[in-house]
Design a protein around this ligand. Sequence first.
Ligand code: NAD
Ligand code: IPM
Ligand code: MN
Length: 358
Amino acid sequence: TARYRIAVIAGDGIGQEVVPAAIECLDVVAERHDIVFDWHQLDWGSDYYRSHGRMMPVDGLDRLAEHDAIFLGAVGVPDIPDVETLWGLLIPIRRRFEQYVNLRPVRSLPGVSSPLAGTEPVDIVIVRENNEGEYSEVGGRLYRGTEDEVAIQESIFTKRGITRVARYAARLAADRRAAGHAGRLTSATKSNGIVHTMPFWDEVVRGVLAGFPDVTTDSELIDALAASLVLRPHRYDVIVASNLFGDILSDLAGAITGSIGCAPSANLNPDGRHPSMFEPVHGSAPDIAGQGIANPIGQIWSGALMLDALGHPDAATDLVAAFEAALAGGARTRDIGGSASTAEVAAAVRAHLETTAA
Ligand code: NAD
Ligand code: IPM
Ligand code: MN
């Protein structure tokens, strides 16, 4: 039996709904593969902030370090500034545990239609740089409340940071090529001289890719890439992008295949020295929270990415097959044109897991 200690932070809004739904499914698939998850529920997030003045305890990161993985819903509420909720929990976890790869697969799913007419099947993996870039702590606001008010933020790109994410993306493209995909790597950039950091990104990425002669590579300007993703999403395979570009592209690509409610992500520490974190691409969705209608697929799929990262690809494959069968069978929430509740989708996924031979 393989046993894992998983830190669970359901967090805010629909995180409280989709996380339990995903855990139900993970427990079933785990049992069938001789895996035991010890779920360690942490009540951190905005309610915790309201009573303690912080998003997690002072030693929160040290406590997370004792786990094999972190399973997160979302954080963020309308009445607390995002700067508190995000810099108080999400971003410190990604940084402290050097989760420098944010892996965001995007695929057309059975029974889920794209809002775009005539789209061919899409199968993309976005590899988002997750520790630096545009999301820097350097900057601030000056002359607040005056007519001279200014906001400044420096982007920080390091050779080491770009190299490691580009290398991960290139290896992934090579592996996908071996598995029958195009094996094409597109680097999202903005190197036309306006943004100083991007020619550096390009240079470092080019240097890394020189070591991967089998991977077809190109580089596209982020604005044109966004348009092209809408027009020809099936042409893309692996996309490597900076923190902010990757963030935007992943919601865009998620919407193209049906809904960001289906989109998963893995915040990976590829060296395995620290726990990785698995969470959907979407946020706390305050507009639909508390109604039981949130799409749990992004969270469930994130659970499959966790199984994969923990070394259980067969269990991951079973879980993906089960939610695909559930979707195909009509267990779909409103955001993807159905009328099922969160709980009904989870029950359908479980039912598929229970009826397939292990
Ligand atoms: P959001 O992703 O929460 O919601 C955007 C839209 O998509 C909303 O209309 C929402 O109803 C819909 N949506 C999202 N997930 C869905 C799901 N599973 N099922 C059905 N519909 C879904 O983005 P937002 O509204 O811009 O942000 C809300 C809050 O979440 C903010 O505080 C933001 O900072 C935070 N946020 C947190 C994370 C995270 O914790 N990782 C990620 C993104 C946003
Ligand atoms: C995401 C989210 C976060 C990000 C926000 C909430 C800071 O949008 O995980 O995609 O931009 O990384
Ligand atoms: Mn985002």
